[in-house]
Design a protein around this ligand. Sequence first.
Ligand code: SF4
Length: 707
Amino acid sequence: MKKIQQEEFKTTCSYCGVGCGIVAQKSSDNKITVKGDKNHPVNRGMLCSKGMNLDYVANDLSDRILYPEMRWSKSHPRERVSWHKGLDRAARVFKTLIQKYGPDSVGFYVSGQCLTEEYYIANKLTKGFLGTNNIDTNSRLCMSSAVVAYKKTFGEDSVPVSYDDIELADCFLIAGANPAWCHPILFRRLEKHKEENPEEVKVIVVDPRRTDSARFADLHLQLIPGTDIILFNAIGRRLIERGYIDKRFIKEHTENFQDYKKQAYSLSLKKAAKGCGLPVDEIKEAAEMIGRSKGFISMWAMGLNQSSVGTDKNFALLNLSLITGRVGKPGNGPFSLTGQPNAMGGREVGGMANLLAVHKNLNNPQHRQEVADFWGVDKISEKPGYTATEMFDALESGELKAVWIACTNPMVSLPDVRKAEAALKKAKFVVVQEISHKSDTLECADLVLPAAGWMEKEGTMTNSERRISYLPQELSPPGEARADVEIFCDFAQRMGFSEFNYNSTEEIYAEYCEMTKGTNIDISHLNYDRLKNEGSIQWPVPEYRHPGTTRLFEDHQFYTPSKKAIFNIPASINNTSTLPDEEFPLILTTGRVRDQWHSMTKTGKVSRLRTHYSSPVLEINPVDGIKYFIKNGEVVEVKSENGNVRLRAKITKDVRPGVLFLPMHWGKQLSSDLNRANNLTFNRVDPQSKEPDFKFTRVSVSKFKKP
Ligand code: SF4
């Protein structure tokens, strides 16, 4: 019998922003097995259910798109074409539209799952060479509120802390996040730390749902959705009253404290508690836990970011770190938990419609010129591009004619998804660069380009703690699939830009590293060889032998012009979402389940991962069950002003009365149009970050009656 040889290599998990290290084995018949990397500083050998099943995803090619497909007109079916024919037509269409309607008539919609090199090239092509800033990303849907808040508070989009700070802290405030399910390995580290120090370590969870994270906490603040600012300000007020603030830090290293204090004192604790639907004592207890701690870390995710006041919620939370002086010290600091594996890398290369690479700002003429000079082009357009939801609005209005979608499935993930779907169907030309036939977005594609998946391409990613990892290519892409970066470069050259004639991905990475020289995210001395030999490293890495930076702002010198951190004051303490009324009396919030990822194009094909939740269910409190005559397991219909869904109800006290919860993963391909949570949501956005308000949709619910 033929002996199968095993080859071992290291890589990084392709799901969440925790960025766990993986040791993979490849057999001589190209089958992969995976296990956690015991020596990796993030996960220390652990993997969650999603990570553990990545080998199945890599080995199963049954759903993979194997060759380009194109349709010559909207009324024709797509047919197999060569890469040459497909990309040539795409270049012809883009050139014609740009000539006829200007560069802002085309756009790119990419993803936090793109590798840094892919993100960099797509941005360079769009902003530097096509002459439009119409490139945005699905990270707009998850992290953009945190990006704005970091920039306005610290001067740049910079996460100050590391996972290693977890074991140094003794108080955690987890707000609008369920890391037990969505960042499991990070949460496992926190659990272990608390198990080893049960008396010292305190965990506070702020969430309208009683999640597994909340069950683990010492204190669960089960607030009314949307009232986070009132709560954080009330905690701030109590910290001030109890003398738990760092006056010296505030005086020497911050600006605007008096304005902060004024707003924090604008409500009494009693009124604030009433506004949040919480007992006063719970707010006091939270302040005591924070005030008495030696190390205070706040962690947050979509519950804060995905809101019409998402940036203001971020400000209110960041301000708690500022009043207590808990930044730039071991075991202290604010820590946004990134959903996607390379959302951070995308931000570094300016992967949003209003950003430029290396943390430069699009609205700064000098920054625009510096980037233009680096790329050897005359200028970068000063006009901000369309953000995610704006892009689909512009497709609907006809201002945007063609869109190129890579590594994301907006027909499941965008708010008010039926409207987005209709807009996409109206577009003159839609390119979808994708790995799986399971993506709903393929339905709207004029040109489908098969992309390489995890392990089938090389590049780098940055996790939530600024840690850059190198991912090797160990497998050949199936059929005619190609690496995303190769596809972008080929298209760019067909558009006439010889500057994209790179010899390797490494050359692209080196160009980006050169661009970071002298900036606050300097990795100019971090080449592929170092990443391959030494493993992952946290930016900045300004010198060749520099070990990477565990913590930012240890000297309390921030990146603002005054070098001080800024207390930003929320415009209002109240939520600006459309409130429930008689017709739509309930608040719907959406989110993830433990074993699924995004629109399930990868996790959905692993049967083991479907046992946790085989289909979506609507969580509803028993009080509302009685009120609306709904029993556990019955099929219900949920309606909003935008649309409806139909699915089974789960009666549970895990949600507050008046609140419903619905998982966001299921789309048409894997279930039905009637299970898409985003049929219900609005494309209302936070005015500062343009991040959609997924966490607050007014709806009604009733038992479904067959017509
Ligand atoms: Fe992958 Fe995130 Fe799970 Fe780690 S915690 S194995 S990065 S999904």
